[in-house]
Design a protein around this ligand. Structure first.
Ligand code: KG4
Ligand code: ZN
Length: 536
């Protein structure tokens, strides 16, 4: 196994004025400027503040999350309200309904998180909120609440990128890890598996599918994305095609069905039918992009696989559903008694469940193998650029999937790296990851993002900066060429400057201020200065 390494000396391609923007060990940053003849680092190392309290608010899609997290990683209180049942009849998230549901849930979620943490809003050191990407109407709800709270508590508001939060939550110190204990003044250390920068991150959620090289907080390169659907989206659609009860999520339902477990049907009562796990080779779905092996980017595609599953489901399931309905009808006519010549409803149900399990398992196998293959390619590309990558991180809602975790373990092991996955409840959307990403940004001194043009400083009451389409990193020309003009991601991603570009602007601004003598001197900025800088 490779060990998390100290700073490397290889230059990064993403730096502008920064010759190096390198994180050391568990998050320390050092950077030097090409414009400076001195080799002294201009930026102080990341300053951890184990006692800092941040409230994180998440409302970018269909989960309302709030959590109070301390700087040492201790989750003091959290609340999560899911809208899964609300949207299930529509087969997807309905933005207006989602926003209304966030509105109903947000005050309660924040109150519960604060109450569980036994703190008042005035005890907080910062409020963090997901500013994007996500559904505009929904982002506004969390943004409005967080801005009001920050103003009321007179603390900084930290805008968080949803995907960075998914990635960085892998670095959240494990509960009970170092840094625990009241009054402990010693600087907390991250547990051994919290990945040091740089690391490779596979992020698979309902709306995004990225293979990333994470060089530092706010410093990412996209090594691969999806040419059409995200993996979570494909899982959700397959759940609908198979007629599964998508609770708690389409992905979870497909995973359960593949294991022969079903909920929400006649067999979900106290004595469920004993169904064998699905046969992952029952349907020979073709692995996507098979004929494009020469591809350089670690891109995935799920549209073709999804169509293949739909066609197989349409071929297989209607007949079995008809047989089940006929058997149930017959039994009802006979007052519950079975006609010996007819197949009983339970055997008809068994056949239906077997077909659903086979379809689910076959889809899951190919979908997971495809991502694993591309992750291996991404890892290779990343290691060529950053040989000191410390880990492969798997995160986002789909990282809850056990088969995917197993496959990725193999990918990581083949490269001599550990696989790091956040605990399952932190893979899907939550407030903890937002609060933790804000800690990381505060620690690194990059928490105050440049405001969009025209936005006054301080923002007037009610003005919330939302970035519904906000890329994590700008795509390179080579990457764009690789994706082709048909890729949805390329068409839509450029509405906002990427987080990586914005973070670089923050660093350059700091550098300028240092140069003008406004800063407090390299290395000794300390937390007070940082917090003043991010204040509204
Ligand atoms: O990260 P997330 O909570 O929301 C987005 O940012 O999109 O991810 C939600 C996605 C959904 O598509 C859901 O079906 C999928 O994660 N998911 C799973 C599993 N649990 C959740 N996919 C496969 N297997 C699972 N066990
Ligand atoms: Zn998410």
């Amino acid at each position: 196994m490779r060990q998390p390494s100290p700073a490397s000396t290889a230059p990064t391609s993403s730096s502008l004025l920064l010759q190096r923007h390198r994180h050391r060990g568990n998050g320390a940053i050092a950077a030097s400027s090409t414009s400076s003849s001195s080799s002294e680092p201009l930026w102080p190392p990341a300053v951890r503040d184990p006692r800092r309290l941040v409230l994180g608010v998440e409302s970018s899609c269909d989960d309302t999350g709030a959590a109070v997290v301390r700087g040492d990683g201790r989750v003091m209180g959290q609340a999560l309200v899911s809208q899964q049942e609300l949207h299930a009849p529509f087969g997807g998230v309905v933005p207006k309904l989602a926003a209304e549901a966030h509105q109903r849930a947000i005050d309660g979620a924040v109150e519960r998180a604060l109450a569980e943490a036994r703190v008042a809003a005035s005890d907080l050191d910062a409020v963090a909120v997901t500013s994007g990407p996500g559904l505009s109407l929904c982002l506004r709800v969390g943004g409005g609440k967080a801005a009001a709270l920050a103003r009321e508590a007179k603390v900084p508001l930290v805008q968080v990128h949803h995907l960075e939060a998914h990635a960085l939550v892998a670095r959240l110190p494990a509960e009970g890890g170092a840094g625990e204990g009241e009054g402990g003044d010693s600087p907390p250390l991250l547990p051994p598996l919290a990945p040091a920068f740089p690391f490779v991150c596979v992020l698979a959620s309902g709306g995004h599918n990225l293979v990333l090289l994470a060089r530092g907080v706010g410093d990412y390169s996209v090594l691969g994305t999806t040419l059409d659907d995200a993996l979570g989206e494909a899982f959700d659609k397959v759940a609908r095609m198979l007629g599964l009860d998508a609770s708690p999520s389409g992905g979870a339902a497909v995973e359960s069905a593949a294991a022969g477990k079903f909920s929400g049907g006649p067999d979900s009562s106290s004595s469920p039918l004993a169904i064998q796990p699905g046969d992952p080779r029952a349907f020979g779905f073709v692995r996507p992009l098979k004929n494009r092996r020469q591809q350089k980017g670690a891109n995935v595609s799920y549209a073709g696989l999804k169509t293949a599953v739909r066609m197989a489901a349409e071929r297989t399931l209607p007949e079995l559903l008809d047989k089940l309905a006929a058997a149930e009808e017959k039994e009802k006519e006979n007052g519950g008694a079975r006609d010996e010549n007819e197949s009983s409803s339970s055997s008809a149900l068994s056949l239906l469940r077997k077909a659903q399990a086979d379809l689910a398992a076959s889809f899951q196998r190919v979908a997971v193998e495809h991502l694993a293959e591309k992750a291996a390619l991404g890892l290779k590309l990343a290691l060529a650029e950053e040989p000191q990558c410390s880990a492969l991180v798997l995160t986002g809602g789909v990282a809850r999937n056990a088969l995917l975790r197993r496959e990725m373990e193999g990918v990581a092991a083949a490269a001599g790296l550990p696989l790091v996955c956040p605990p399952p409840n932190l893979c899907t959307d939550n407030g903890v990851m937002v609060a933790w990403a804000a800690h990381e940004r505060l620690d690194a001194g990059v928490a105050r993002l440049p405001r969009p043009e025209g936005m006054p400083d301080p923002a007037p009451e009610g003005w919330v900066d939302c970035r519904p389409r906000w890329p994590l990193a700008a795509e390179t020309a080579a990457f764009r060429a690789e994706l082709g003009s048909s890729a949805r991601w390329v068409k839509t991603a450029r509405l906002h400057e990427s987080l990586t570009e914005l973070t670089r602007e923050v660093l350059l601004r700091e550098q300028q201020e240092e140069g003008e003598g406004k800063g407090s001197g390299g290395g000794g900025g300390g937390q007070e200065k940082k917090e003043e800088e991010v204040a509204l």
